[in-house]
Ligand binder design. Structure first.
Ligand SMILES: [Zn+2]
Length: 566
């Protein structure tokens, strides 16, 4: 069909500022050939062209999810999902673990992901003794929703060689109870060691299952209008699997692989192919570097800010930032640094080492994506770009900062001046961040998920889900970005809202910039790939509260109809 050509007629939202809305898009040979009136498009494509009427719907550039854990999602697709509603209990989590144990699968590692300690009645996740009751015989890793924390059972701890005498691994923590006994809970560097170990052992016999889940996940993304993602942590074992999936035609969407090391997601990897190289279906993305923890993100405040709000208020307020460890409050420890400022959370790099790493990535032809949630981590990431960013010049895309959740105006301006892209997750506002932040906003001048502040500081936004941390439904994320409404019907920092058009831009042209492919996709313009989503309504013409009622009717990737709603 692409060879003969096709005209989509109705309303097309192009994301091209020169002509933002047109009547028709003509495609042929996988490429957009004409954008304009229906008469112009039909004339350009010639006699006998097939015309698809959009009715009350609209055609847009297909969506891009710039930070999405595709390989891990496919990997954990075979076990029950622990994303439970608020008010569930540890017993509910254990019930699902028991079901997975009962399903068999030998005596090797078992892992399940998605529980949020803050949403459980007990205000904490399960611990080693509780896990042993339902899974005594196999090593078990329970992965928290943030994918930065988890819990092991006794067999899991033994498999890792961890007991009460073990020191905390680098950039990680083994949580301890009375007498220094391990609770099984593992955080950051410790969690990621267990994550890598359990994954490697499961992959040995799970490759075919991964391949099937990879294909199914890609089809689900197409049904949501997503045709391209950045996989934000690809260990070498997954690189090989992606190659196989691409060669076998089992990768329905394009996946940009962002390399990390085999031993731990926290370790960067610069020894592979440069950004943009590799199979067109699964090219190399930017190298991923982690600046700070997730629940233990690196924050810093001045004594003045402290004095203004008082220690108790500050602690509660920062807890209100919605990151589970901080929400618990008691786990937040403030330390006075030599700079006279108060610091909390985990910062993984020192500045000179980070500067050298960014330079080395650039020399290897790798663009960089720095995970930075707290203001201290974001400042460090931006400083590295100021010091070493020249090494990245000429590489595909632009330097990325992942998450950028807690920052002030001055820091937003530094991000803008550094030319970095903020890869943001608006759905977090609805899902877990907004409720806590709405109750107790972070202390002035820090803002939570400051989308408007970033945009007005000249920062390009790229939209993403961080799936499976939160859902990948783009229209729900756009609704959250526009309404700032939370799961519990609160409104979080409403002056940080985006317009629908701005939010759509983040999931189309912004995503293309973040993946270094803005020359080939992200807008509806002649010469670009025909990556197009057809929606049931025009999202610019309906009430933002109705955005989640909009349906994806068709998804085209490279001009091929890859999804059609039945
Ligand atoms: Zn992530």
């Amino acid at each position: 069909m692409p060879a003969e050509g096709l005209v989509l007629r109705g309303v097309a939202i192009t994301m091209d500022p020169r002509r933002p809305e047109v009547e028709a898009v003509g495609i042929r040979g996988g490429v957009i050939e004409a954008v304009g009136s229906a008469a112009e498009a039909c004339a350009a494509l010639g006699e006998g062209v097939e015309v698809v009427e959009l009715g009350g719907g609209a055609a847009l550039p297909a969506f891009i999810d710039a930070h999405h854990h595709y390989s891990l999602a496919a990997f954990d697709a075979g076990t029950p999902d622990l994303h439970l509603p608020s008010g569930s209990s540890i017993a509910d989590v254990l019930g699902l673990v028991e079901r997975a144990v009962g399903a068999g699968g030998g005596d090797g590692w078992l892992r399940l992901q998605g529980y949020d300690p803050a949403k459980l009645q007990e205000g904490r996740g399960p611990r080693v003794d509780e896990l042993d009751e339902v899974c005594p015989d196999r090593p078990l890793l329970l992965i928290a929703f943030s994918f930065h924390d988890g819990c092991l059972n006794a067999r899991g701890l033994a498999e890792m060689g961890w007991d009460r005498g073990s020191a905390d691994p680098p950039n990680g923590r083994l949580l301890r109870g009375r007498g220094g006994r391990l609770t099984g809970e593992v955080s950051e560097g410790a969690f990621f060691l267990a994550e890598a170990r359990s994954r490697d052992s499961l992959l040995v016999r799970g490759e075919d299952a991964w391949m099937a889940a990879c294909e199914a996940h890609g089809r689900a993304l197409l049904a949501s209008g997503i045709v391209r993602v950045g996989d934000a942590a690809v260990a070498p074992a997954f690189e090989r699997l992606y190659q196989r999936a691409a060669a076998d035609g089992r990768l329905p969407v394009i996946v940009h692989q962002m390399p990390v090391a085999a031993a731990s997601v926290l370790e960067p990897r610069f020894d592979g192919e440069p950004t943009g190289a590799g199979d067109a279906a699964a090219p190399v993305g930017p190298a991923k570097l982690f600046m700070d923890g997730a629940e233990r993100c690196a924050l810093c405040f001045s004594i003045t800010q402290l004095a203004r709000s008082g220690m108790a208020t500050l602690r509660r307020a920062v807890g209100g930032a919605g990151l589970a460890g901080l929400r618990a409050g008691s786990r937040v420890r403030w330390k006075r640094g030599r700079d006279g400022l108060l610091h909390s959370g985990m910062l993984f790099w020192d500045q000179p080492t980070l500067d050298a790493a960014v330079s080395r990535a650039g020399e290897r032809g790798l663009q960089v994506a720095q995970h930075a949630i707290g203001n201290e981590a974001i400042a460090q990431a931006v400083t590295a770009l100021e010091h070493s960013g020249r090494a990245l010049e000429g590489l595909p895309g632009r330097p990325r900062l992942e998450h950028t959740m807690l920052l002030d105006d001055a820091l937003a301006r530094r991000i803008g001046d550094a030319g970095a892209i903020a890869v943001v997750q608006p759905y977090f506002v609805y899902d877990f961040l907004g409720d806590a932040a709405a109750l107790t906003p972070p202390p002035d001048p820090i803002r939570a998920k400051p989308l408007r502040t970033l945009l007005s500081s000249g920062v390009t936004l790229a939209g993403s889900s961080d799936y499976p941390v939160s859902h990948y439904d783009v229209l729900a994320a756009i609704q959250a970005a526009v309404t700032r409404r939370t799961r519990h019907d609160r409104v979080c920092e409403p002056d940080e809202a985006l317009s629908v058009e701005e939010a759509l831009r983040a999931y189309t042209v912004g995503g293309a910039l973040a993946l270094g492919v803005d020359h080939e996709t992200g807008t509806l313009e002649p010469g670009k790939r025909a990556d197009i989503v057809v929606l049931s309504d025009n999202p610019l013409r309906i009430a933002p509260d109705s955005l989640t009622d909009v349906r994806v009717l068709r998804t085209y990737t490279g001009g091929r109809l890859a999804y059609e709603r039945s």
